[in-house]
Design a protein. Structure first.
Length: 297
């Protein structure tokens, strides 16, 4: 089985579908979220907190513990770092790649995304932490990202940091932005996983993010509702929040991207032919890199 096929199958299992058999497993992410929603609820206006993020990451454990994809986290987090050989000194800008549930953090180099940055002559260093699902499992993703990737970069003089999240990595990027917006110059989400299908369908049925009412919920328990409520209040129609979005029009998990797209400036959304695979992500990456004006600010 090729590396890309393993990556696709792992990401499909993360979304609750076993593509090998075509059947949904008995235990699904929706079951997890339904259980969480039965907990004590508070008013939707309650302050969001780090506890909500940690519960979000813990929910991922339940999703993936049945897929065989979980790994053990470690401290410090393993990080692959890339500098532009054309520059004598470290750059003042950096891309941080956040992987999906399958593949590995080396895939950004292997699939040519690192080379694309260099070919464009963009003044960026790059980092690819091994932010596998184990860090979501033990709720240490945000802590390790800050300690092992972001803060060391800032200490070296990096002034602008872009998070590039693919699939599950899109969730990680958004959670980091939520907790540490001061660290992030911009975010690029490629085919992001942003919650279970049932909630996405609820938002769609309401007429989209702007019209959706999150209702009464416990922000410390109902992480998926908290995430979309935050998107609605803080990201939607706020062009000062620099978020770009890309997805394949044939991606089976495109609904999250389609819901988010209308609340972002049109020039920051890319939809291309393709599915949930490296070929599509590579095409989306090349399009994003043509945005010289934003990336060179």
């Amino acid at each position: 089985m090729s590396g890309e096929e393993r990556w696709r199958r792992a990401d499909h299992r993360f979304a609750g579908i076993d593509r090998g058999s075509g059947q949904r497993p008995h235990f699904r992410e929706g079951d997890i979220m339904t259980t969480m929603q039965k907990q004590k609820r508070f008013n939707a206006g309650s302050p969001h907190s780090l506890k909500a993020i940690r519960r979000c990451l813990a929910a991922v454990l339940l999703i993936v513990s049945f897929t065989g994809c979980a790994g053990l986290s470690s401290a410090p987090m393993e990080v692959l770092r890339y500098t532009n050989p054309d520059m004598a000194a470290p750059h003042q800008r950096m891309f941080v790649f956040l992987r999906g549930i399958g593949g590995g953090h080396q895939c950004f180099e292997e699939e040519g995304l690192v080379a694309d940055v260099r070919a464009c002559g963009l003044p960026y260093d790059m980092a690819a932490p091994n932010a596998h699902v184990g860090y979501y499992v033990d709720r240490s993703l945000i802590i390790r990202m800050k300690a092992d990737v972001i803060d060391p970069a800032k200490a070296r003089g990096v002034a602008k940091i872009w998070l590039v999240g693919v699939s599950m990595g899109g969730l990680g990027a958004m959670l980091y932005l939520y907790e540490h917006p001061e660290d992030v110059a911009g975010v690029y989400l490629m085919a992001p996983f942003l919650g279970p299908q049932y909630l996405l369908e609820e938002i769609e049925a309401a007429g989209g993010v702007r019209k959706w009412q999150p209702g009464v919920y416990n922000a410390e328990e109902d992480w998926q509702r908290m995430l979309w409520h935050w998107i609605q209040q803080t990201i939607a129609d706020h062009p000062d929040k620099i978020i770009y979005l890309g997805y394949g029009v044939d991606d089976p998990y495109r609904l999250a991207a389609q819901l988010m797209a209308p609340v972002l400036p049109p020039g920051r959304v890319y939809a291309v032919d393709g599915g949930h695979d490296y070929a599509t992500f590579k095409a989306l990456w090349k399009i994003f890199l043509t945005n010289d004006t934003e990336l060179r600010k």
